[in-house]
Design a protein around this ligand. Structure first.
Ligand code: ZN
Length: 165
């Protein structure tokens, strides 16, 4: 059975919950997440814990903020054009304070929280919504396979749960 190592593509399902056990996010009803192991695309503490594991293995990780989504930063508010925000839920017409949006930055896609929406500009909190929180990941490895040359060249997984071009 293939073990998780650099240049393997890992598929897993997870439940993400807070320290009280309240479920925050899960992908048990959708496609598993796929990532290319050893390329820094996954939360480092999760990659570390998955190293050497194989299909069917389960992990229960408790991650303090510094190993998960970082400490909450002060003065992290920014004013950006409202058209930069993505991820408005279906059927919702406008952004409201407290909603989580997705923005594309030079470092990739990140989640932010809407603080003060305006007509053209919006104030966002650039902290990840889970910044400053200890979180629990319950992970089940679904599949492990060798990455293709193309995936290694691109630095990400293709196919189900991965990157689509
Ligand atoms: Zn690619």
């Amino acid at each position: 059975m293939t073990q998780i190592a650099k240049n393997t593509v890992v598929q897993f399902r997870y439940n993400l919950s807070d320290v009280e056990g309240e479920l925050i996010e899960s992908n048990h009803d959708s496609d598993p997440v796929a990532y290319l192991h050893g390329h820094g695309t996954m939360i480092a503490a999760i990659e570390e814990a998955l190293e050497g594991k194989s299909s069917g293995d389960q992990l229960n990780l408790t991650l303090p903020p510094e190993h998960a989504y970082g400490a909450r930063k002060e003065n992290a508010e920014q004013r950006v054009p409202i058209k930069h925000l993505q991820g408005l839920p279906k059927g919702v017409r406008s952004w409201k304070p407290g909603m989580v949006a997705v923005v594309k930055t030079e470092e990739g896609i990140r989640q932010v929280t809407v603080v003060k929406p305006g007509l053209k500009m919006v104030v966002i909190d650039t902290n990840h919504p889970l910044a400053g929180q200890t979180v629990k990941y319950d992970i089940e490895v679904v599949d492990v396979r060798a990455a293709t040359d193309e995936e290694i060249a691109h630095g990400h997984a293709h196919g189900v749960g991965g990157h689509h071009h």
